[in-house]
Design a protein around this ligand. Structure first.
Ligand code: PEP
Ligand code: MN
Length: 265
């Protein structure tokens, strides 16, 4: 088992290296669920950068429950992410769903996301482990902590030591009020079990924008290294995950609150 004492993962971005983990400021990853068009992704990138985010997130390949839902713009969205990266210098985090797309995704992404639904896609884990870009491994919605750590182990064992773990909520029995149950207790538990840095995604974790600020603050209080926050210029019109997306104004306010806690810069 390759999990050792709490340490760091350093990600190179156009704006310089961004370290995640031990003794480093909290890293904030923000942006829309999906890359919808050039105007919205560039605007969002500029807004989240101005607010202090370090990375822009945005899906090009989207794992949707329904095959009739918006599936992401694929390769053309990767080009838009590259444009947003060039315009702002922000690092890019975007999901790969299929080994066939890995090379294209790795050309644009500074961190490659493996989503909750692919957490145990072992052939994908081996492939992302055999390339150089850091990997963000989201927890499967019904994965135990050991399942999740073993999935990370696949990436480490394939030669890639730069893995960040992201808790994004586990299946809840009460979906009436939150989309998932955000498991913040994993923060101290994982601290005991692994050296890997931890990100908390309160957007997917709660499914409701109103609950994202309090749970993001709670994640920092519990010792998270990083936060993922969905931000959309017009959440009501979003092609995916509008209800859980903050407006840029609400994101500004949250970043101010986080900086009062004193851990984001
Ligand atoms: C996402 O980050 O947009 C996403 C689909 O996340 P998850 O894999 O956690 O559902
Ligand atoms: Mn989403």
């Amino acid at each position: 088992f390759r999990h050792g004492h709490y340490s760091e993962v350093v990600v190179n971005t156009p704006n310089g290296p961004v370290p995640f983990g031990k003794n480093h400021p909290v890293v904030v990853v923000a942006g829309p669920c999906s890359v919808e068009n050039e105007e919205m992704i560039i605007e969002t990138a500029k807004r989240v950068k101005a607010a202090g985010a370090h990375f822009l997130r945005g899906g090009a390949y989207k794992p949707r429950t329904s095959p009739y839902a918006f599936q992401g713009h694929g390769e053309s969205a990767l080009e838009l992410l590259a444009a947003a990266r060039a315009a702002t210098g922000l690092g890019i985090i975007t999901e790969v769903m299929d080994t066939a797309d890995l090379e294209k995704v790795a050309e644009v992404a500074d961190v490659i996301q493996v989503g909750a639904r692919n957490m145990q896609n072992f052939s994908l884990l081996k492939k992302v482990g055999a390339q150089d870009k850091p990997v963000l491994l989201k927890r499967g919605m019904a994965a135990t902590i050991d399942d999740w750590l073993m999935a990370a182990e696949y990436i480490l064992a394939s030669g890639n030591n730069n893995v960040i773990l992201c808790e994004r909520g586990i299946r809840t029995f009460d979906q009436k009020y939150t989309r998932n149950t955000l498991d913040l207790s994993v923060i101290p538990v994982l601290r005991d079990l692994t050296h890997l840095p931890m990100m908390i995604d309160a957007s997917h974790g709660t499914g409701k924008s109103d609950y994202v600020p309090s749970m993001s603050i709670a994640a920092l209080a519990a010792g998270a290294d990083s936060l993922m926050i969905e931000v959309h210029p017009n959440p009501a019109k979003a092609l995916s995950d509008g209800p859980q997306s903050l407006t840029p104004e609400k994101f500004d306010r949250l970043m101010q609150e986080l900086s009062v806690i004193g851990k984001t810069v």
